[in-house]
Design a protein around this ligand. Structure first.
Ligand code: KG4
Ligand code: ZN
Length: 312
């Protein structure tokens, strides 16, 4: 049983083939980051046009790498929501047409369920019930996932998503899009961490206050004529951004008594986040699951695996 996955919801065009044992036969990703960097962020119309250009060559390469032909595909899965409307439509229409032409089922996948499935794809022993923290450029959500991979949202952000805050702070600091990895690199250079920011929301995730606190700090330092110390600001922002994820997740782990935690989405690639959550889970006797680094960002293998899992 072979599933072909398609992902075009933001700035990655990706096609993958996986089997029903979650073995990845191929997972081809073309990123448009270079194109959007000139604008400091993803331009929706440009993203959609590039998906149209890329989708057929990416499909051909995915089949070639997997050493398969289209006639061997048993079902087609594509992200149908959420995402940039024009971008998501390319993969959705392409996938549905392909499934029709091959006379195989089409499975509509929620992109967020795709990220969750990257946990199963990376960890064969993962078995819900679990809490799942999804941290990406568009979302910051804590889910409860039951034995059948049915999901229930427990907590979300009141304003910006955590990845969005990384990207916006990076932009103000003159770092290239996407800012998350750059902030992380500069933060890692700060070896003597001293807290200078203080922004901790209660009962929810919230990132616009933290973003404003960073901007105000930068402006104050500039007015005083002080140099902007990238490692210091990045480490402080990252510390506050991760701390509220830790505080909230700790509460939910303790209140529910659930002993398995999964963290997924682009921001789950963050080294400091991984390290801090490992410490939290060790302390609470919770087993922590993370996607392989190459499966944290947007990719089609996770979309195909959501179809195999039947996540709802
Ligand atoms: O899941 P993803 O690829 O796309 C969405 O569905 O949004 O997540 C992209 C986000 C971006 O905001 C990017 O800056 C962030 O993930 N990101 C990181 C790191 N790598 C990617 N944020 C912090 N640290 C990282 N190492
Ligand atoms: Zn994503």
């Amino acid at each position: 049983m072979l599933t072909l996955g398609i992902e075009t919801s933001c700035d990655e065009t990706s096609v993958a083939v996986i089997d029903d044992k979650f073995q990845i036969r191929s997972n081809v990703i073309i990123s448009q980051i270079d194109i959007h960097q000139a604008f400091g962020g993803v331009v929706p119309e440009i993203a959609a046009r590039n998906h149209i250009e890329n989708i057929l060559p990416v499909l051909d390469e995915a089949l070639k790498k997997a050493n398969l032909t289209l006639s061997q595909i048993d079902q087609v899965a594509a992200t149908t929501q959420p995402g940039l409307p024009g971008a998501v439509m390319v993969g959705r229409v392409f996938g549905r047409s392909l499934a029709n032409a091959l006379d195989v089922p089409f499975v509509a996948i929620n992109h967020l369920h795709g990220h969750m499935s990257s946990l199963r794809l990376s960890n064969p022993d993962l078995q819900p019930p679990m809490l799942c923290l999804l941290v990406s450029g568009g979302h910051t959500i804590l889910y409860r996932v039951n034995e059948n991979w049915e999901t229930q949202m427990l907590c979300t952000t009141a304003d910006d998503a955590v990845g969005e805050a990384f990207d916006k702070v990076a932009r103000v600091l003159g770092l290239a899009y996407p800012g998350g990895p750059k902030i992380s690199e500069h933060a890692d250079m700060n070896l003597s961490f001293k807290p200078i920011l203080n922004q901790f929301p209660k009962n929810t995730f919230s990132y616009s206050g933290l973003k404003t606190a960073v901007l105000n700090y930068i402006n104050r330092e500039k007015q005083k004529g002080n140099p902007i110390k990238l490692p210091e600001i990045c480490a402080n922002f990252q510390y506050c951004a991760v701390l509220q994820l830790l505080i909230r997740t700790r509460e939910y782990l303790q209140n529910t008594g659930i002993k398995t935690l999964g963290i997924c989405g682009g921001v789950s690639a963050n080294r400091y986040l991984r390290e801090q959550f490992q410490k939290l889970c060790d302390e609470l006797g919770v087993k922590l699951y993370l996607p392989k680094p190459e499966l944290c960002g947007d990719n089609a293998a996770m979309i195909a695996s959501a179809a195999v899992l039947g996540i709802k």
